[in-house]
Design a protein around this ligand. Structure first.
Ligand SMILES: [Cu+2]
Length: 215
C-alpha cells in the first residue's frame, strides 16, 4: 500500500511540472516554452470608456540591431513612441529579433483591470507573440520598457501616448533628453597630451614609411 502510494506520488511529482510547463494559465498569465503574456485584456472596458473607440494594430520589434541608431545604447525597440486614441483596443504583435529574452511592459494602467497596473509580454528568444489590451480615455503617457536587468538603461525604453498623452517621459532614446547624461569628458593631463603627440608622430612615421615603399 505504502509502495503504491509512493510510486503514485513520484509519478505525479514528475508529470505535474511537465504539464505545468506546457501551458500555464493563472493570475491573468499564459506561459509556454516560447514566452509569457500577463494581464491580457481583450474585452473588459475601462470604467471611463462606454465602448471601444477603435482597433489599433501595432507590430513592435525588440533587439540589439534596433539600438544601432542610438549612440551608446545596446538594446531598443524598433520604435520609441506610439500615439493612440483613448479607449482604443491595442492589438500588439511583439517580435523578438534577438537570441536572448526581451519583454514589452506597459506601466500605469488601471489596477482594477491590470494587476499592479501592468501589461507584460515576454519572449525568450527569436519569435513572436500576440496580445491585446484596452486603454482608458484620459490623456496619459505610459512607460513601455523591457525589465530584463539593464535593458531599459541600455536603451529599451519607449512611451505610449493615449489621447495625446501628458508629456514626454525622460531618457527615451531619440525622443527626450536623459536624466543623467553619460559623460565623456576628457581629462587633459600630461599623459593625455603625451598620448596625443605620440599618436600624431606614429601617424606621420607611417605616412613617411608608405611613401618610402612607393618609391
Ligand atoms: Cu530586453
Amino acid at each position: 500500500m505504502l509502495l503504491k502510494k509512493l510510486v503514485l506520488t513520484s509519478c505525479l511529482g514528475l508529470l505535474l511540472p511537465v504539464a505545468h510547463a506546457i501551458t500555464m494559465q493563472h493570475h491573468g498569465m499564459t506561459m509556454d516554452e516560447k514566452g509569457m503574456i500577463m494581464n491580457e485584456n481583450t474585452n473588459n472596458l475601462p470604467k471611463d470608456c462606454p465602448k471601444i473607440a477603435g482597433e489599433v494594430n501595432l507590430t513592435i520589434r525588440a533587439g540589439h540591431k534596433h539600438a544601432k541608431k542610438f549612440n551608446g545604447k545596446m538594446f531598443a525597440f524598433d520604435q520609441q513612441k506610439w500615439d493612440v486614441a483613448g479607449c482604443s483596443r491595442i492589438n500588439i504583435t511583439f517580435i523578438n529579433d534577438d537570441h536572448i529574452r526581451h519583454q514589452l511592459m506597459i506601466h500605469g494602467l488601471p489596477g482594477y483591470l491590470y494587476s499592479d497596473g501592468m501589461f507584460t509580454m515576454e519572449i525568450y528568444g527569436p519569435g513572436e507573440k500576440k496580445a491585446s489590451l484596452i486603454v482608458p480615455s484620459d490623456p496619459k503617457t505610459y512607460l513601455v520598457h523591457c525589465e530584463v536587468p539593464q535593458h531599459m538603461e541600455k536603451g529599451m525604453k519607449a512611451q505610449l501616448k493615449v489621447a495625446g498623452g501628458d508629456g514626454d517621459l525622460p531618457s527615451i532614446p531619440g525622443v527626450s533628453a536623459p536624466v543623467k547624461a553619460d559623460s565623456y569628458v576628457m581629462a587633459w593631463n600630461i599623459q593625455a597630451w603625451v598620448s596625443l603627440l605620440l599618436a600624431i608622430l606614429v601617424g606621420f612615421a607611417g605616412l613617411w614609411g608608405l611613401n618610402k615603399l612607393k618609391k
